[in-house]
Design a protein around this ligand. Structure first.
Ligand SMILES: *[C@@H]1O[C@H](CO)[C@@H](O)[C@H](O)[C@H]1NC(C)=O
Ligand SMILES: *[C@@H]1O[C@H](CO)[C@@H](O)[C@H](O)[C@H]1NC(C)=O
Ligand SMILES: [Mg+2]
Length: 442
């Protein structure tokens, strides 16, 4: 058995300016690979075992056999992680699998073996979700089964009291007058920021109730970097040649509802004519939004007894029907690359983002990818840490759930660290960051 973990992991924190990796024992990456990733698979195993009969009813009797196979393969995957095996090449015939395999091979050539604990954390964690999907991909009746769907649905239902409040708030503000205001826009953006706290990957699949997220003025002191005013200026500027805004989603449930409230505010107040909504194409980090989650939510809203939610559901459906909102799928979001790779690996996507006057990136994984999965000195500027990923102006909204941060003023990180040693893991602290640098590609 490979003993390389105990032989090679270093009992230190992640040094500055290197990739995050489980190699550094006192890092959140190590904790995640050692504890969180196996627990996520265990809870998936439990769910499947518990729902076997229900699934057999819904699909076919064949599902029972397939679930057995899935359970066996998931257990193997868990064992590979726990024993720090090298990442196996994917066997899937899907186009993204080839890109994964090339990247894993390249990493292995550089590192000796690309193992879970020793390779770049981003690769190890994305790979786990891709492997989980591969297991389902190869089944026949379960081949499109989203193993996290019931969790995502549960989180929507749990958040309904918040969703009703937020829905009413939006409804009132789009009906009061047509002029947008900075205060109101920023309010929607902050509600949207705190919506990002609801993350099933962080809570290991447990759906929890958040009651304080609507009381956002009390949360202002937890925003460590706040460029709301610059974002407002970018969105309200009359000189922009584009009237498209892009939103790169993170989680389903309450968060995506707040994404759509912000999107509707921008449409209703004529800050944008078109909003493109970027979703994942495979089940991802438990709670990330896929196209079917989006439609499921619209269905729930349209058939809800609350009239405001019903009206919003109808309104949002017509945005989709008439192209005011476009759902955009791309495999790039579930590749293991940080965004410095986008200009090379997916030029079309980079150029597409460049058409927007503003691109809003939501959440922790987008943050890790935007800033190259590196342990920056927290005072490193946003533009330096973006390393030329600047397709258009960027608004970056994220509650902090991993030990990577940049763009903070001198002394902030130290101050918060002293006050709250786990500040980078809880989602209790937020960032609203901005870049207006543009780097075009030919
Ligand atoms: C390191 O690996 C070798 C060979 O696999 C093993 O014999 C040794 O016990 C390991 N050392 C530690 C500290 O685990
Ligand atoms: C699309 O639908 C919305 C909501 O019904 C409506 O306000 C808007 O004018 C429509 N846009 C177009 C281009 O038809
Ligand atoms: Mg997520």
């Amino acid at each position: 058995m490979c003993d390389c973990e105990s032989n090679r992991s270093m009992d230190v924190k992640t040094p500055r300016n290197v990739y995050l990796s489980g190699f550094y024992k006192r890092s959140f990456a190590f904790y995640t690979i050692k504890n969180r990733m196996p627990v996520i698979i265990t809870s998936l195993l439990d769910n499947l075992a518990r729902n076997k009969l229900k699934l057999a009813e819904k699909y076919e009797e064949e599902a029972k056999e397939e679930i057995k196979t899935v359970i066996g393969q998931l257990s193997k995957l868990k064992y590979e992680i726990q024993t720090n095996k090298p990442l196996k090449l994917l066997s899937s015939q899907a186009a993204d699998a080839k890109i994964y395999n090339e990247y894993i091979t390249r990493q292995a050539n550089e590192e000796g073996h690309a193992t879970y604990f020793h390779t770049i954390w981003l690769l190890a964690e994305c790979y786990m979700y891709r492997r989980i999907w591969q297991i389902f991909e190869t089944m026949s009746v379960l081949k499109n089964f989203d193993p996290f769907q019931d969790k995502k649905e549960e989180s929507f239902f749990t958040a309904l009291p918040l969703i009703e409040q937020m829905g009413k708030y939006l409804w009132d503000s789009i009906h009061d007058s047509t002029t947008p205001s900075e205060d109101e826009f920023v309010q929607f953006m902050k509600l949207n920021l705190w919506g990002n706290k609801c993350d099933l990957s962080l809570s290991l699949g447990k759906v929890t109730e958040e009651n304080t997220l609507f009381d956002i003025s009390s949360l202002d002191k937890q925003i460590l970097s706040d460029y709301s005013t610059d974002i407002w200026k970018a969105i309200s500027a009359c000189d922009s040649s584009s009237d498209i805004v892009d939103i790169v989603f993170d989680n389903a449930g309450y968060e995506v509802f707040t994404d759509l409230c912000l999107a509707d505010y921008m449409i209703a107040k004529q800050l944008a004519k078109t909003i493109r909504l970027y979703v994942k194409t495979i089940p991802w980090f438990i709670s990330d939004v896929m196209t079917h989650d989006f439609h499921w939510m619209l269905q729930q809203l349209k058939s809800h007894e609350n009239h405001v939610l019903q009206n919003l559901g109808e309104r949002w459906q017509s945005y989709i029907d008439n192209g005011t909102w476009l759902i955009v799928e791309s495999d790039f979001w579930t590749l293991p690359f940080d965004y410095t790779y986008m200009a090379r690996v997916d030029q079309n996507l980079y150029k597409q983002l460049a058409e927007a006057k503003l691109a809003i990136f939501k959440g922790d994984l987008n943050y890790r990818k935007l800033f190259g999965e590196k342990n920056w000195d927290p005072t490193t500027s946003v533009d330096q840490a973006l390393q030329n990923f600047n397709p258009t102006k960027l608004a970056i909204l994220r509650t902090i759930k991993a030990d990577i941060v940049c763009g903070l003023e001198e002394g902030i990180a130290e101050k918060i660290e002293a006050e709250d040693p786990k500040w980078m893991e809880t989602g209790n602290w937020g960032l609203i960051q901005y870049s207006n640098k543009i780097v075009e590609i030919k």
